[in-house]
Design a protein around this ligand. Sequence first.
Ligand SMILES: C[S@@+](CC[C@H](N)C(=O)[O-])C[C@H]1O[C@@H](n2cnc3c(N)ncnc32)[C@H](O)[C@@H]1O
Length: 214
Amino acid sequence: MTERSSSNSAFKKSGVRKRADKIKPYRCKNLIAVLEDPTDIKNLGTVIRNVNALGVEKTYVVDPRRALPDDWQEMRERKSLSKISVSAIKWSFVKRFDSTEACLKHLERYNFVSIVTSPHVKGRKNIILHEGDYTSYTKLAVWFGNEARGISDLAVERSEFCVSIPMFGMIESLNLGTTSGIVLYEVTKQRREYQSKYKRAGKRRRKVTGRKSD
Ligand SMILES: C[S@@+](CC[C@H](N)C(=O)[O-])C[C@H]1O[C@@H](n2cnc3c(N)ncnc32)[C@H](O)[C@@H]1O
């Protein structure tokens, strides 16, 4: 490496460090996006890109077909994922699970509350995206279902509520990657506002039931 190229890479590194320091306070801690058995790698890449861009802490993938490696480092080096996620995979932690049950067990062990998304009415409680309060739970996992089958009954059963984006067209559902952008935008916007408002005071509001008005 020449002197010039080594100083260029040091410059690049300091640029990356500066960016990482700048975005750190805006990242949403304890927020996980969960993809349940996605089949299209393009959707997976899009979700990872959205997760990174919106400051979501982690992505979990229920991957029963074992399409992904267990090791994150290996995942980061996968050219297909890196290309589709425009390198977001390098900056976002992604963990795979063999089954929905294994993923739920892990989340519940660490006290994460799950909410699911669906274009349909599912489970006990249904909320329209913009009417939901996504700051009630300190640790939150937001689930997105498979492209064809949607979210599983098991994930619905173990979730607090189901969120829908209102639709006004002739088609049944939105694309998985698109949904993740819309839903995570609202969730991270609320959690960022909450974090900045309550962080200094060191207190959390009383737990509410999901809807903003509750
Ligand atoms: C292509 S859709 C699945 C369609 C599937 N036929 C179904 O019944 O849900 C893939 C995923 O995107 C999310 N999704 C799509 N449209 C949505 C909407 N309008 N509101 C909330 N989530 C939606 C859900 O997580 C869904 O499981």
